[in-house]
Design a binder for this molecule. Structure first.
Ligand code: SF4
Ligand code: SF4
Length: 425
């Protein structure tokens, strides 16, 4: 399985029992009108896209997110999925993603959009490390698409019929290509609309595979009263199964979609809990500014001669390898030259500044003075021996050094040194 699909409850069927997701409802407006959509903002009993019990500003969304994370630390994904389209007012979505990324460097970020206006923001999404994008594409033939969308906005102009369909198709194709060029996982949601697009979805899957899409989710229409398709019958189980088999010949099919609300929180399939609704509503009334981000220390530094073993004392290391946590392992993001020896305390002050974005440094030995210097400046010093990967595991998990990785001789106790680390200072 693509490693990006793991730990994401919507993309990895196994992860949905362990990991939770939260949707932040910061996108009230939409730039198209789908013939099956009615966006209601205040319906606690309804569970379908487009529904939310509150609309939040980006700062309110951050506050709500912290509340939910306190009670649901298993949350691994923050998504923006409406209740309108996240790129009808892209500044709200991007500001929310920026705030979340600044506070939570390791969180998976996800957006779900109709694709009309996302390609223009693909670079920024990649910069914010948004890893998963869901595009709702219900067809790539103008004759079909013009029946599914009542209108599509082109800037300030409202298009209908084939003009609307042609523009949307062109933008959706550009969206798949732009997002894939940035290395994101692209899931396609397609609504199965009997008599409208049901015969086209196999062909659609084939076209999307050629564009580079990763996975498809064929979702039965929910006829919503008051919409153009409100009187249609939903597709039966046989039709849904047949379409998924046909589309599955071209693209892997996802079948555990729970049609999440725009303010969903928790594991897939769980009902909205009262505490989440209370937090949403309290956040929507709260006008205080968001807290400043905590100093972000997403990296760990390691002293190693060859990159495999932890085998250098801090004082002798002329360079430190800097690692980030990737979803399944660790990524070497660079190597930093350490400050020159012989500078007294200034050397350790300079080292603390060099490691300003590291939460820990993993070394095979360290003197008391540099260890104190770094610790009081926010860098944990982990003295251990063994494989670099094991050291990174301990450091990123914030754990104490386990017995089997502890050094037999600490600096100054078995080597006759001064306890200041080899050639420290
Ligand atoms: Fe992302 Fe969609 Fe899952 Fe929400 S439901 S977390 S937007 S894939
Ligand atoms: Fe509703 Fe989404 Fe369609 Fe907009 S794109 S009309 S929010 S279903």
């Amino acid at each position: 399985m693509n490693t990006l699909l793991k730990n994401h409850p919507c993309f990895d069927a196994g992860a949905r029992h362990k990991h939770a997701r939260i949707h932040l409802p910061v996108a009230p407006a939409c730039n198209v009108q789908c013939a099956f959509c009615n966006r209601k903002f205040d319906c606690l009993n309804e569970s379908r896209p487009g529904v939310t019990s509150a609309i939040l500003s980006p700062q309110q969304a951050l506050r709500h997110l912290f509340q939910v994370l306190d009670r649901r630390p298993e949350t691994s994904v923050v998504g923006i999925a409406g209740p309108g389209d996240p790129f009808a007012q892209p500044e709200l979505t991007l500001e929310t993603l920026r705030l979340v990324r600044a506070h939570l460097p390791d969180m998976l970020l996800c957006v779900a959009t109709n694709g009309l206006n996302v390609a223009a923001h693909a670079d920024e999404l990649a910069r914010l490390k948004v890893s998963h994008v869901t595009l709702t594409i219900n067809g790539l033939h103008p004759a079909i698409v013009s029946r599914v969308y009542e209108w599509v906005m082109d800037g300030d102009q409202r298009l209908t019929g084939f003009d609307a369909a042609n523009l949307l198709i062109k933008r959706q194709i550009a969206a798949v290509l732009a997002l894939k060029a940035q290395g994101m996982v692209v899931k396609i949601n397609s609504i199965i609309i009997p008599g409208v697009n049901d015969r086209h979805l196999g062909e659609l899957a084939n076209m999307l595979r050629e564009l580079g899409a990763d996975v498809m989710n064929c979702i039965p229409l929910i006829p919503v009263p008051g919409t153009k398709f409100g009187e249609l019958s939903p597709p039966g189980a046989d039709l849904v199964a047949r379409i998924r088999t046909e589309a599955g010949r071209h693209l892997p099919q996802m079948e555990h979609c729970m049609r999440c609300r725009a303010d969903a929180a928790g594991k897939l399939g769980e009902d909205m809990c009262e505490d989440v609704v209370e937090s949403l509503q309290a956040a929507s009334r709260d006008e205080t500014p968001a807290p400043p981000p905590a100093p972000v220390r997403p990296y760990v530094a390691v002293a190693s001669r060859e990159g495999m073993l932890i085998n250098q004392h801090l004082g002798e290391a002329e360079r430190l390898a800097i690692y980030a946590k990737a979803p399944d392992n660790f990524e070497l993001i660079g190597v930093r030259e350490t400050p020159p020896r012989g500078e007294g305390d200034a050397r350790w002050e300079a080292l603390a500044a060099l490691l300003h974005d590291c939460c820990a440094v993993v070394v095979s030995g360290v003197g008391r003075k540099p260890a104190e210097f770094l610790t009081t400046r926010g860098v944990r010093v982990l003295e251990m021996e063994g494989m670099v990967a094991d050291g990174l595991e301990v450091a990123f998990a914030g754990q104490a050094v386990p017995l089997h990785l502890r050094k037999v001789n600490r600096c100054g106790t078995g080597c006759g040194g001064s306890g200041n680390g080899c050639r420290c200072g």
